[in-house]
Design a protein around this ligand. Structure first.
Ligand SMILES: Nc1ncnc2c1ncn2[C@@H]1O[C@H](COP(=O)(O)OP(=O)(O)O)[C@@H](O)[C@H]1O
Ligand SMILES: [Mg+2]
Length: 282
């Protein structure tokens, strides 16, 4: 009996101690590679022994299920409607990743009623203690729903391509995030880079501008090379790092996972991530 109780306590302590590192993946412009990055990064981190939960929070254009070839009967909209619990909609995805599918068609988290938001936050809070990493694939742009996820995350990965319009829009997101004073660590990832030195130029220019004009540190998350294997894998509905693990972009994802996997700072334990999301609205 006593042994039973001690075991229960130990389990409780273990469960409450573990708090996931939350990474939001966002961008100014759409189509820059957020979903591919989220999915492949999740698989690489899982391969490195981390437990990873991937959430498709692009409420306008949810497509991680297609990318990962997962057929989802239920998604976040069923949780919002109170028809399913969050535990019931977690799906097993390739590479050992657990996936929560998005709700295409919902335009914005901010459009939900306070009651609906409360429900989704409460449901998601339970998941914070069940993973080492939670990766959130957000929509593009500076809508309040997207920003709320980023501001509540430990780290926000802002994705840009080397094209000027994409860089300009990434800067606008960074500026908004900086104004929020949320404390989320902002990192820049240059996707579809022709080579390392072009990627570095994009990073340096943007980081210098942010330091000079908005006194904000933008960390360097590195780059992913432009690689035709990426659209090929997309067409095959198979994640790149599983379909073509040794292609140039595949190595970039491994390097990115290595960088992020070393994150050691303790996650915010005082108030859970999803409560911070909630607070953002008030
Ligand atoms: N590194 C890359 N090299 C070549 N094509 C890429 C790369 N990353 C993404 N793509 C292509 O860009 C398109 C958009 O990617 P996606 O991940 O859906 O973007 P987002 O989620 O930002 O809208 C996809 O069709 C994909 O094949
Ligand atoms: Mg996407």
């Amino acid at each position: 009996m006593l042994v039973d109780q001690a075991e229960k306590l130990r389990l409780m302590v273990r469960q409450t101690k573990k708090t996931a590192h939350i990474l939001a993946v966002t961008s100014g412009k759409g189509g820059v590679g957020k979903s591919n990055i989220s999915a492949n990064l999740a698989i690489c981190l899982t391969a490195a022994g981390k437990s990873v939960l991937l959430i498709d929070a692009d409420l306008g254009l949810a497509n991680l299920d297609v990318l990962l070839n997962v057929r989802a009967r239920y998604n976040l909209s069923h949780v919002i409607a109170g028809k399913r619990s969050i535990e019931q909609i977690v799906q097993n995805a390739p590479g050992g990743v657990r996936l929560i599918c998005g709700a295409s068609g919902l335009s914005d988290l901010a459009d939900l009623t306070p009651f609906q938001r409360q429900r989704i936050v409460q449901e998601l809070t339970a998941l914070e203690h069940q993973a080492d990493f939670i990766i959130i694939d957000t929509g593009a742009g500076i809508s309040s729903g997207v920003l709320s996820f980023c501001e509540a995350a430990d780290q926000t990965l802002v994705v840009t391509t080397p094209e000027p319009p994409s860089i300009t829009d990434a800067y606008a997101v960074i500026k908004r995030l900086a104004q929020g004073h949320s404390g989320t660590k902002i990192s820049l990832l240059v996707n579809m880079a022709p080579n390392r030195s072009e990627a570095r130029k994009v990073y340096q220019r943007l980081a210098q501008t942010a330091a000079k004009f908005i006194s904000t540190v933008v960390y360097d998350a590195g780059y992913v090379l432009r690689d035709e294997h990426v659209p090929e894998a997309v067409n095959q509905s198979e994640p790149l790092v599983l379909a073509y693990p040794r292609c140039p972009a595949g190595y970039c994802f491994l390097a990115l996972a290595g960088k992020l996997g070393r994150v050691s700072e303790p996650a915010n334990v005082k108030s859970g991530f999803f409560h911070r999301v909630m607070n953002w609205f008030y």
